[in-house]
Design a protein. Structure first.
Length: 164
């Protein structure tokens, strides 16, 4: 394409989930944080294993609660193994699925979560501060995988509590 005698090049990249037998779309986890109203805050349709571009920064005085949405972008049911990083000193992270605390599984071998094709499940993530110094930060990385398909989101929590 030319404009005013200058040649313009347009590059277009199309990313699609890999197809499986008979045109089925393979399982692909898509992690994102959503608001109480269900609006996507970060992470929708972005896929990587380090949370880059899928990060939520929060400032917390005592605790913060976020909803993690684990979507299956494929059209067949899949089991995703969901993992969460272990928090550092002065921070505690809890994960709740259907009201059950699954933190110990997420922070060790991972929690197996079955997600129907084209659907999602939600996990409540609660980060508490106990006695880190003012301004201390904690990164929480959450990943989901099924075979070679992976995705991740990251929360960076900054403590603003002065009570310890």
């Amino acid at each position: 394409m030319t404009r005013g005698g200058v040649l313009l090049a347009v590059a277009l990249t199309l990313v699609m989930a890999p197809a499986t037998a008979a045109g089925q779309v393979a399982a692909q986890p898509d992690l994102m944080f959503v608001s109480r109203g269900g609006d996507v805050l970060t992470g929708d349709d972005l896929y990587n294993d380090d949370g880059v571009g899928q990060q939520r920064n929060v400032v917390v005085d005592q605790r913060v609660s976020l909803t993690l949405r684990i979507e299956n972008e494929g059209d067949q049911p899949a089991e995703f193994v969901v993992r969460g990083s272990v928090p550092g000193a002065g921070f505690a992270v809890k994960y709740f699925y259907e009201g059950v605390d699954i933190a110990s599984e997420l922070e060790s071998e991972g929690y197996p979560l079955s997600v129907p094709g084209g659907s999602f499940e939600k996990v409540k993530v609660v980060v508490r501060v106990s006695d880190p110094p003012f301004g201390a930060e904690q990164d929480v990385l959450i990943t989901a995988s099924s075979g070679t398909a992976r995705d991740a989101v990251r929360i960076t929590v900054t403590n603003v509590s002065t009570t310890g």
